[in-house]
Design a protein around this ligand. Structure first.
Ligand SMILES: NC(=O)c1ccc[n+]([C@@H]2O[C@H](COP(=O)([O-])OP(=O)(O)OC[C@H]3O[C@@H](n4cnc5c(N)ncnc54)[C@H](OP(=O)(O)O)[C@@H]3O)[C@@H](O)[C@H]2O)c1
Length: 268
């Protein structure tokens, strides 16, 4: 059964979800409400998606069964007190990076079911991956409902909250690592004589094709790598240089460093 969802914040991530939910027919526009302070943004969301928007939280609370908090983490402290005044027993789902479930419990009370989500950039084009965790008050039906919301913008995994920093370091920050890899590949193509346009086309399609070879399979990436590496060949030579530059160790350290930074920010 679909439940009306009230977005608090109508920015980029909220728009990605609204678009995905309507396209996937998970929710009709009538089931989506948005609180957004900026007039221009409200008009845009209404005209583009046919959703109902309001400038103040108080204006839609009665109709909403799920609150989806999509404001910046630093804005959350100004959103939670007014939400507490209106809160009855709705499911709370938050995409705010780094804020632990305990923050919402402290502000809204301990009887509040909360799902914390870490989506990533891919959600903006319905190709994201989101990690969900929940507190003890979220039953399986609530978790399934939250999962269906994020399935509209990509795939979903469920983890314990203690692993959310690891998720942030891997899939949250991950698009930036991939962009850096793509940037380096393009520069490499230019260094070896290709035009930038051709190097870009070759690189992006190579990354996409390699990713699609793995998608939906359980083939280990090393198996495919070995299949394209002939003895004494060009790929073996390139791979040797990656190893000489500690490619794998550098990636592992980057993810670990981002995870540690997320843990540090969470404590503050
Ligand atoms: N974008 C991503 O790729 C991504 C990935 C993972 C997680 N997230 C999380 O998603 C959340 C939203 O990020 P975003 O990129 O969508 O940010 P955003 O585009 O800045 O959206 C936030 C929206 O909330 C509005 N807002 C501010 N104060 C409000 C209030 N009191 N009540 C209602 N709405 C209010 C903002 O309006 P103003 O412009 O007036 O401030 C803005 O339109 C963040 O917590 C972020 O950590 C985003």
């Amino acid at each position: 059964m679909t439940r009306p969802v009230g977005f608090v914040g109508g920015g980029q991530m909220a728009e990605a979800l609204i678009k995905g939910l309507i396209q996937a027919q998970t929710l009709t526009p009538e089931k989506i409400k948005v609180v957004e302070p900026v007039d221009q943004r409200r008009h845009y969301l209404e005209e583009t998606y046919g959703v109902h928007t309001v400038p103040y939280l108080e204006d839609f609370v009665a109709e909403v069964e799920v609150f989806l908090l999509a404001v910046k983490p630093q804005v959350m402290e100004s959103v939670l007190p007014p939400l507490k005044n209106l809160y009855t027993s709705q499911l709370i789902v938050s995409v705010a990076a780094g804020l632990p479930i305990s923050v919402y419990q402290q502000q809204l009370g301990n009887n509040c079911p909360i799902v914390r989500v870490m989506p990533n950039l891919g959600a903006l084009i319905q190709e994201g991956v989101s990690a969900l965790c929940r507190n003890d008050l979220v039953n399986d039906a609530d978790l399934d409902y939250a999962t269906s919301l994020f399935n509209a913008v990509g795939s979903v995994v469920t983890v314990d909250e203690r692993l959310m920093d690891a998720v942030t370091g891997l899939s949250g920050s991950g698009p930036a690592y991939v962009f850096s890899f793509i940037d380096a590949m393009i520069d490499a193509g230019v260094k070896t004589g290709l035009s930038r346009d051709v190097a870009r086309e070759l690189t992006i399609q190579t990354v996409l094709g390699a990713t699609k070879c793995l998608l939906g399979t359980d083939i280990h990436p090393a198996v495919l790598r070995d299949q394209v590496t002939s003895p004494g060949g060009t790929t073996a030579s390139g791979l040797y240089q990656l190893e000489a530059g500690a490619f794998k160790a550098t990636i592992i350290e980057a993810v670990e460093s981002a995870c540690n930074r997320s843990r540090e920010l969470g404590k503050n």
